[in-house]
Design a binder for this molecule. Structure first.
Ligand SMILES: Cc1ncc(COP(=O)(O)O)c(C=O)c1O
Length: 208
């Protein structure tokens, strides 16, 4: 095999394999980094990293809460109540969402699903909402979290429609006109926008 053949083979691997390779290489680059982070007491000159959307201010509280409250129930060792979270967990989240957002209708545990991370939920939502054979798409304001393109579209093969909204806050009604125009422009090209992705809190703009 010569180098040209290798390139052709690389192009022919399935989207799933490409996706896994990309994730693996991203993880490897993270593992290879030896960053000397800033620790006020022992390494005050260290790096304060803004590379990832991580809320370090919460880490102590989060770790303390998990360590104090974690009681593992042996029922979770089996399939138990299914793979979308226990009824207790889903009920607690339904109550929290209802209390916090005060929607007009009650939220029930049956309407809540848990998954291992937002990346997974995004991919699953894209597969449920859109049919790649029907030229379905999800619309997003721009700028936006770059990995949405990988998480929403790489495995599902759906379209993404980006709408630049400049300085306008992407979660404000001021964007409605731009999104409406983006919807119509996509339709004129034969693309069916099935959903609008609103990122809140916004990455990278930090609006909420
Ligand atoms: C907007 C947004 N969505 C998804 C993710 C990834 O979330 P998870 O690590 O839960 O898969 C991130 C991570 O920074 C993010 O900023």
């Amino acid at each position: 095999m010569n180098p040209g053949d290798a390139k052709v083979m690389e192009m022919e691997i399935s989207p799933n394999t490409q996706y896994n390779k990309l994730r693996t290489s991203a993880t490897h680059s993270l593992l290879r980094l030896k960053i000397h982070y800033c620790i006020p007491t022992t390494n005050p000159q260290g790096v304060v990293s803004f590379a990832n959307a991580e809320n370090w201010l919460m880490h102590d509280d989060l770790a303390a809460f998990i360590n104090d409250h974690n009681r593992f129930n042996k029922r979770c060792c089996a399939y138990g109540e299914g793979y979308t979270g226990t009824l207790r967990l889903r009920s607690a989240m339904a109550t929290h969402l209802y209390t916090h957002f005060q929607p007009t209708e009650a939220i029930t545990a049956e309407e809540v699903t848990f998954a291992a991370g937002v990346t997974n939920l995004n991919k699953t939502s894209a597969s449920i909402l859109c049919d790649p054979d029907q030229d379905d798409a999800i619309m997003l304001g721009r700028p936006v979290y770059g990995a949405f393109s990988r998480d929403l579209a790489m495995r599902t093969n759906i379209h993404l429609e980006y709408v630049p909204v400049g300085d306008t806050e992407q979660i404000s009604p001021a964007c409605v006109l731009a999104f409406g125009a983006g919807f119509e422009a996509a339709k004129a090209r034969g693309i069916n926008v099935r959903a609008l992705m609103i990122c809140n809190p916004h990455n990278p703009l930090g609006q909420f």
